[in-house]
Design a protein around this ligand. Structure first.
Ligand SMILES: Nc1ncnc2c1ncn2[C@@H]1O[C@H](COP(=O)(O)OP(=O)(O)OP(=O)(O)O)[C@@H](O)[C@H]1O
Ligand SMILES: [Mg+2]
Length: 592
């Protein structure tokens, strides 16, 4: 068996396992309902050959009752099967969605930073729905089809074996066509999923930035880009439909051949008295019923291809290893943590690109307040991301209190090392609920202190419902600076031993930023704090300033030591707030 198919089947069975009792009962009900359906032609044969010629009214009523009972049972079994199946599908959807979400939660920044939200959503929503829908219907369908095929063939042989043997040579044709259409069907199916996910990603990005699109006057070009995606998807859908229709047409051809053969030969058998009229009518119904499973098999085959594509897309997530895995035997930080950070010969690059950091050696003493400055793109954020272990180093190591961060439990690391981004992420909850994410057990006193440090008292007073004011999706009901203050207060409540502030106060005015820095330094005298900022003026007071340039440490020291060197720091200081890049200071570049 194809190993990819094997892996897909194994995963699907694993998902289905707890639902097997409910699922089996729905399968049994479906099979029973088709049994009732298959008894119809036999009753019809009895009616035509025995009841009608005798003109026996009593038997006629008996036959009518027979048809009625078969109908009621068929409907009963079918309805009940559908209800049970529907519930099973819902449970399956929930189970699969949960397992994907749990895996996505485990995956690291390398996955989330480069995979569009739309693509991730498509896997969680559409792929799961399709797998549940098609996958759970597939087994009853296959069983029903197989059961029908066996039952019909058996009955046909009993009725007329020669007639049955005439139909059988048509069967191998089924496999010939199946083989021929296998690859085109699979490719068409993959292409549809890929284009649908692309369109979804585009829409997701567009809808979450419509205002920005309007500000850029790009409505028209965005609509055209959407049209392009939608057309490609439509083209892929049309192509898949064409391949599927061609495939079915070939099968319909076989069915037509079989039916013609039966009617011709069966009619002749009636002429010579070898078969009754009832017999040929029953035979005709059974031929339809025999080719039904074949037609169904065609359908199953197409569905199987689609299902394979959907499962493969889910497996791409569930089988992906986290970029930052928790090692077996990982340990927690001892308590209390001192906050000594060391980077030893650290080199790093994103993807296969050129190195972003090159052999960085850095030591931060417990309780030290350090500023990390440098031009845009020099690698400041990358340094703090490596300390917070959002990524793993490619060479060298990062130690906290002498422990390699790769040997630490992620939960322990995330609790003690707090990394605050420039783009403060809040959740669509109340102000208080957002703050308590830092520490769900925080007391009222701790909350007030965090507000004081983040200079948020004024903000709290201005909010219509105070603590209980909802902050909107992603905190959009607050200004950029207010969002940053809330995120900072949340970090304060977390009470970390190492605080990494990556331009996390950039939206505040300079005096407020300086005030908050001073508050933090005062409140966290023993904690190690790294300030990353382009506003150098507000960081003159720190214990040490580290200047990064193109992934290496260019210089370090206190403000007073660096300001007179005439190096990069002096230049950065004399052009505060400007958006600088390496080309602004070609004479200082390490390559020159
Ligand atoms: N997720 C990523 N994938 C690929 N390249 C990245 C990624 N993040 C950053 N880079 C690249 O790595 C280099 C360093 O980026 P980094 O964010 O560390 O710079 P920075 O000093 O923080 O800049 P800024 O001051 O603008 O925030 C840049 O050239 C950037 O383009
Ligand atoms: Mg940065």
């Amino acid at each position: 068996m194809n190993p990819i198919f094997k892996a897909q089947a194994r995963w699907f069975i694993h998902q289905m396992r707890p639902l097997l009792p409910a699922y089996s009962s729905s399968v049994v009900l479906v099979v029973l309902s088709s049994l009732m359906f298959l008894l119809d032609p036999l009753l019809m044969k009895w009616l035509i050959d025995r009841v009608l010629p005798k003109k026996d009214f009593r038997l006629l009523v008996f036959a009518a009752c027979g048809f009625f009972v078969l109908y009621v049972f068929r409907l009963g079994f079918f309805t009940f099967a559908q209800l049970v199946n529907f519930r099973t599908i819902q449970k399956l959807v929930l189970r699969m969605r949960l397992s994907i979400l749990e895996r996505m939660n485990l995956l690291s920044a390398d996955y989330h930073e480069i995979t569009p939200v739309g693509d991730r959503l498509y896997r969680l929503e559409q792929d799961v729905d399709q797998v549940a829908e098609v996958g759970s219907n597939l087994v009853p369908f296959v069983l029903q089809t197989a059961f029908k095929a066996v039952f019909v063939m058996g009955t046909m042989f009993t009725l007329d074996s020669r007639l049955t043997l005439m139909v059988l040579p048509l069967m191998p044709l089924f496999f010939v066509f199946r083989k021929k259409f296998e690859r085109p069907l699979r490719r068409a199916s993959d292409s549809v999923q890929e284009r649908a996910a692309k369109e979804n990603s585009f829409l997701q990005e567009h809808l979450s930035s419509v205002v920005q699109v309007q500000l850029l006057h790009q409505e028209k070009s965005q609509t055209e880009a959407f049209l392009q995606c939608a057309r490609e998807r439509m083209k892929a859908l049309n192509h898949r439909e064409l391949v599927e229709v061609l495939f079915s047409a070939c099968y319909m051809g076989i069915i037509a051949l079989g039916t013609i053969a039966i009617l011709g030969y069966g009619g002749y058998q009636v002429f010579i008295g070898a078969l009754t009229i009832g017999g040929v009518v029953a035979f005709y119904s059974y031929v339809g019923a025999l080719f039904d499973p074949l037609g169904a098999a065609v359908h199953i085959y197409s569905q199987l291809n689609r299902l394979g594509t959907n499962i493969q897309r889910i497996l791409e997530v569930t089988e992906r290893a986290p970029g930052v895995p928790e090692m077996p035997g990982a340990v927690s930080f001892p308590s209390p943590l001192r906050g000594y950070v060391e980077m030893e010969g650290v080199s790093f690059s994103y993807c296969e690109a050129a190195p972003v950091l090159d052999s960085i050696d850095l030591k931060l003493e417990p309780g030290e307040k350090v500023a990390l400055v440098g031009m845009s793109g020099s690698g400041k954020s990358t340094v703090v991301k490596l300390v917070a272990r959002l990524y793993d180093v490619h060479r060298g190591a990062v130690y906290i209190d002498g422990m390699d961060v790769r040997n630490l439990r992620l939960e322990s690391l995330r609790t003690k090392v707090c990394y605050l981004l420039q783009d403060a992420v809040l959740f669509d909850r109340t102000l208080k609920e957002n703050l308590l994410l830092g520490n769900p057990l925080a007391s009222a006193r701790e909350l007030h202190r965090a507000l004081e440090i983040a200079d948020m008292k004024e903000l709290l007073r201005s909010l219509p419902r105070g603590w209980d004011t909802p902050v909107g999706p992603r905190g959009n009901a607050l200004s950029g600076g207010e969002r940053q203050r809330v995120a900072l207060a949340r970090a304060v409540l977390q009470n970390p031993s190492i605080l990494l502030l990556d331009e996390s106060t950039s939206a505040l005015d300079a005096p407020s930023e300086r005030q908050i820095f001073m508050n933090l330094a005062q409140h966290f005298p023993k904690q190690t704090i790294v300030f990353v900022s382009h506003r150098i003026a507000s960081l003159k007071w720190v214990d040490r300033i580290i200047v990064l340039n193109r992934g290496v440490i260019e210089e370090q020291g206190t403000h007073d030591q660096l300001i007179h060197t005439g190096g990069l720091y002096t230049h950065l200081h004399s052009a505060p707030g400007a958006l600088l890049n390496a080309d602004s200071f070609p004479h200082l570049s390490k390559n020159n």
